[in-house]
Design a protein around this ligand. Structure first.
Ligand code: AMP
Ligand code: MN
Ligand code: MN
Ligand code: MN
Length: 277
């Protein structure tokens, strides 16, 4: 059985609409998919409806950015996506993104780049993300690809980096739990922390009520997955799989680790936590 618990759509910084994404997941032979846009649930309704048409099990989800040194992302799976508490929380995250976007636009202009607000708003997106800036910089011919845009202008330490205020880790986990979701530590290996710090953070997350750890993350490769599965075992967390799909030029949903048997028992857990809607 194939599943993918980490996918983005145009509701955040993905390139496919929720409908297109569900169709792609179906064509990739997935049985279960979770839509987890950044700080946003506006794609869920459309995704759910298309999933029903396509006959694929659908988990409403979200990926929250929490405050922790650089970036710490927490997935909320099986959330009550219509809850007021969640919407209030997401509205605040969105306001902070807007503040960052204005500053980032200024900074790019000050660096001599002729970029305007209309270049970063495609009209369909609900959130403003650095990805939208990266795509605009490519379209304007300033850089050759998205990767170069991040390296030269948008990454921490790059010329025009602007930080964004984020919610506390506690409040992210709390809002997921309060709206009936399962909290999962997204792509831990990608954080690049030394082992002792990873272990300590894992303990802290465990105490807060985070149940899963995204151990299988294709971009980080097999050795990382092995390490993360061991970490999940030590922490007594569920190791999950997520491709973090954004667009077709950066992988496909449900890409498998052929070297591993991705645990079938995940499906049991998905059912136990009542994640599909
Ligand atoms: P934000 O959440 O607005 O700060 O933007 C971060 C987003 O940028 C992440 O969700 C990634 O999808 C994307 N991103 C970061 N680095 C890169 C990169 N080197 N290439 C492509 N996308 C990236
Ligand atoms: Mn993204
Ligand atoms: Mn992430
Ligand atoms: Mn993601």
């Amino acid at each position: 059985m194939k599943y993918d618990l980490h996918l983005h759509s145009t509701a955040s910084d993905g390139s496919l609409t929720p409908t297109e994404l569900v169709k792609l997941c179906k064509s990739c032979d997935l049985s279960v998919m979770a839509l987890t846009d950044h700080d946003n649930v506006s794609g869920i309704k459309e995704g759910l409806e298309e999933a029903k048409r396509q006959g694929i099990e659908f988990i409403p989800g979200v990926e929250l950015s929490a405050k922790y040194q650089g970036e710490l992302h927490i997935l909320g799976l099986g959330i009550d996506w219509q809850s007021k508490e969640l919407h209030d929380f997401l509205n605040l995250q969105q306001e902070r993104r807007e503040v960052r976007s204005k500053k980032l636009l200024d900074k790019l202009q000050q660096a001599g780049i002729a970029i305007e607000e209309k270049d970063v708003r495609t009209g369909t997106q609900e959130i403003s993300s650095r990805t939208h800036f990266a795509i605009a910089l490519v379209k304007l011919g300033i850089v050759k690809d998205v990767d170069e845009a991040f390296k030269r202008y948008l990454n921490i330490g790059a010329r025009c980096y602007v930080p964004r205020e984020k919610a506390s880790l506690e409040s992210c986990v709390e809002v997921i739990k309060a709206t009936g979701g399962m909290a999962v530590w997204a792509h831990p290996y990608k954080m690049g922390l030394p082992d002792y710090q990873m272990e300590a953070l894992g303990q802290r997350l465990k105490e807060l009520g985070v149940k899963g750890l995204e151990a299988y993350y294709p971009r980080n490769g097999v050795n990382a997955a092995r390490k993360m599965v061991a970490l999940a075992e030590r922490l007594d967390m569920v190791p999950t799989y997520g491709s973090d799909f954004h667009s077709k030029d950066r992988g496909i949903p449900g890409r498998e680790f052929y070297e591993f048997d991705i645990p079938e028992n995940i499906y049991r857990i998905i059912k136990e936590f009542n994640l599909t809607k």
